[in-house]
Design a protein around this ligand. Structure first.
Ligand code: GDP
Length: 198
């Protein structure tokens, strides 16, 4: 099995755009409206000859403020449990949100590598959008533009170096693999079932 990289972040920060860029697909739905319900998306990625599976955690539904915070916690806990490495995408255009603090707190101190990407920094002239994010107390922030590609290569260069080293045959493509879809209402235990099987 390839290492699993999970993308987490609030709705509308650009997780799908990042997923699409790294997997070179248009698979994940990119939507202008926050809180669009969607399920997680899995895709194959390859960078510097290192293969990994990228997961766009998705799965938000419209909810009141408490429900939303709970969903964010749920999303991050699922990612911590299931992934080998986590990318938290932050919104460089919208700025720091209180939910970012919740997510950063959950990720602080976990033993798995975490990368912090400040998205929507579409070019060097917008890098000053990065600075306010330093108040989250993160040492290394990556300015990126999922939509235009700026900074993504630098992030991926470091990301693949942090992936657990696997013997090469484990990274071979799953030639005869069957795709199985697990469907069901939110919260019925789809993720727990998938995690158990994996
Ligand atoms: P998600 O809900 O986190 O998956 O966010 P999406 O990928 O659906 O993107 C939300 C919105 O942000 C869309 O309107 C995208 O076009 C926009 N967006 C995503 N990435 C970038 C970026 O790098 N730069 C800019 N300017 N907009 C972006």
């Amino acid at each position: 099995m390839k290492p699993i990289v999970a993308i987490v972040g609030r709705p509308n920060v650009g997780k799908s755009a990042f997923f699409n860029r790294v997997t070179k697909t248009r698979k994940a739905l990119v939507d202008d409206f926050p809180g669009v319900t969607r399920d997680r998306n899995l895709g194959d990625a390859l960078w510097n000859e290192t293969a990994f599976t990228l997961v766009d955690t998705g799965g938000f539904v419209d909810a009141d403020e408490d429900g939303f915070a709970e969903q964010i916690r749920y999303q991050v806990r699922q990612a911590i449990e299931a992934a080998d490495l986590i990318v938290l995408v932050l919104d460089g255009k919208g700025g720091v949100s209180p939910y970012d603090t919740v997510m950063v707190d959950l990720l602080r101190g976990i033993t798995k590598p975490v990368f912090y990407a400040v998205n929507k920094i579409d070019g060097p002239e917008l890098e000053d959008r990065l600075y306010e994010f330093y108040r989250l107390g993160i040492d290394r922030l990556f300015p990126v533009s999922a939509e235009h590609g700026y900074g993504v290569a630098d992030l991926l260069d470091d990301l693949v170096k942090s992936l657990p080293t696997l013997v090469s045959d484990q990274c071979a493509p799953d030639v005869a693999a069957i795709s199985v879809a697990v469907v069901g209402r939110p919260n019925v235990g789809k993720s727990s079932l998938i995690n158990r099987v994996l």
